[in-house]
Design a protein around this ligand. Structure first.
Ligand SMILES: Nc1ncnc2c1ncn2[C@@H]1O[C@H](COP(=O)(O)OP(=O)(O)O)[C@@H](O)[C@H]1O
Ligand SMILES: [Mg+2]
Length: 374
């Protein structure tokens, strides 16, 4: 192969980096017989951050704890850099852990908390002291070493927990909903900070969250979990733009979900209106159609014949207007089905009002079609 051919290939190779952390057919059945995680297959390339996203109870924490070695896997393989972890106890796995509820030792100072893992590993005092200072600087808490955890805010305590996880220079960083106990503004700041530290250290990270914004904004790869299984694995854009199931399309972001009849290839009927959408080869049958609320453009009523044939264009009647501040939500009756539409507000507030008839348009690519829910 010529060098130029190699170069041309490289974009396609994105996502095919060799796995650093690799889960193969991982399964967890708890002693009471509950199947919490089933047939999980995930590869995370070195230095990347994987978000494990899903509703409460879907098996995220169970997965993280299996990677950490805190609970045994029932079957399957977990490998780091090609090496099986199964027989290695937690303290030999070199993993840094951060939990939702800080889990700092209350009677120890910040420095003692951070130094804990180093002492366990027998790192000499002087080296430990330097590394603790470095770690506290990394999480922007230099000089806080002599304080007690209770003298710190929730966000600061969580940074100490992060410093304690990083100070051992782990091969993998495992974060279990680390931002869930923080208020909204602090959460925004910590999202950026954690991502910056992760990228600076190029540390392979698994970040567990039920919050789609955290998963989409912080992670290179997102694994959406549903009932113990991986529903979809992809980049944030894959997951949001090309959800492979109704579950993913509803769990990640908001969407309108309506019943539709396939009337022909790539033609579906909703109520009295016919739309273009990729029907995945179907020519008939009942399906679910989805379109995200902000992908529907609204404009004053006008002659449909003047409009582009490239879009789905249809009349809708405004049922309700809800002003939320940064956005305004219109509930519309379109061909007998109800759709939500969201737009950013301007200083004029809402542009349209209840009872108005509007032109509603969206691209066929923004309307996704799914078979029955599973
Ligand atoms: N020790 C246990 N014994 C039995 N079932 C458990 C145990 N721990 C967790 N589970 C169950 O396994 C499922 C997944 O739990 P978990 O991994 O904590 O979910 P998540 O972190 O996604 O909320 C839940 O239904 C939970 O009740
Ligand atoms: Mg959990």
């Amino acid at each position: 192969m010529t060098p130029s051919a190699l170069r041309e290939q490289s974009p396609a190779a994105v996502g095919s980096d060799p796995a650093y952390l690799s889960l193969t057919d991982v399964r967890k059945i708890y002693p009471n017989g509950y199947r919490a995680v089933d047939s999980l297959n995930i590869d995370v390339p070195e230095g990347q951050m994987l978000g494990l996203l899903g509703p409460s109870g879907c098996g995220k924490t169970t997965t993280l704890r299996m990677i950490a070695g805190l609970i045994e896997i029932s079957s399957g393989h977990i490998r780091v850099a090609g090496r099986e972890l199964a027989q290695e106890p937690p303290h030999k796995r070199d993993m840094g852990l951060v939990f939702q509820n800080y889990a700092l030792f209350p009677h120890m100072t910040v420095a003692e908390n951070v130094a804990f893992g180093l002492q366990m590993r027998g790192i000499p005092f002087r080296e430990a002291r330097t590394r603790v200072e470095e770690a506290l600087e990394m999480v922007r808490l230099p000089g806080y070493g002599s304080r007690k955890p209770k003298e710190l805010s929730g966000g600061q305590q969580q940074r100490v927990a992060l410093a304690r996880a990083l100070v051992i220079r782990p091969r993998i960083l495992l974060l279990d909903e680390p931002l869930s106990n923080l208020d909204a503004k602090l959460r925004d700041e910590m999202r950026v900070e954690i991502r910056e530290i992760q990228q600076r250290l190029k540390i392979t990270t698994v970040f567990v969250t039920h919050d789609q914004v955290e998963a989409l904004t912080m992670c290179d790869l997102v694994g959406v979990m549903h009932k113990g299984r991986l529903a979809q694995l992809g980049t944030p854009e894959d997951i949001y733009e090309r959800p492979n199931s109704l579950f993913v399309s509803e769990f990640v972001g908001r969407t309108n979900k309506v019943r539709a009849e396939v009337v022909d290839l790539n033609r579906i009927r909703i109520g009295s209106e016919v739309f273009s959408a990729d029907t995945g080869g179907r020519r008939e049958g009942t399906v679910w159609a989805t379109v995200r609320p902000h992908r529907i453009a609204l404009s004053p009523d006008r002659d449909r014949a003047l409009m582009s044939r490239q879009t789905n264009a249809v009349r809708g009647r405004v049922l309700r207007v809800t002003y939320i501040g940064d956005i305004v939500q219109y509930d519309l009756d379109i061909g007998g089905a109800e759709f939500k539409v969201e737009h950013h507000t301007t200083s004029q507030g809402a542009r349209y009002s209840g009872g108005q008839t509007l032109m509603c348009e969206w691209a066929p690519a923004d309307m996704l079609v799914y078979g029955e829910e599973t």
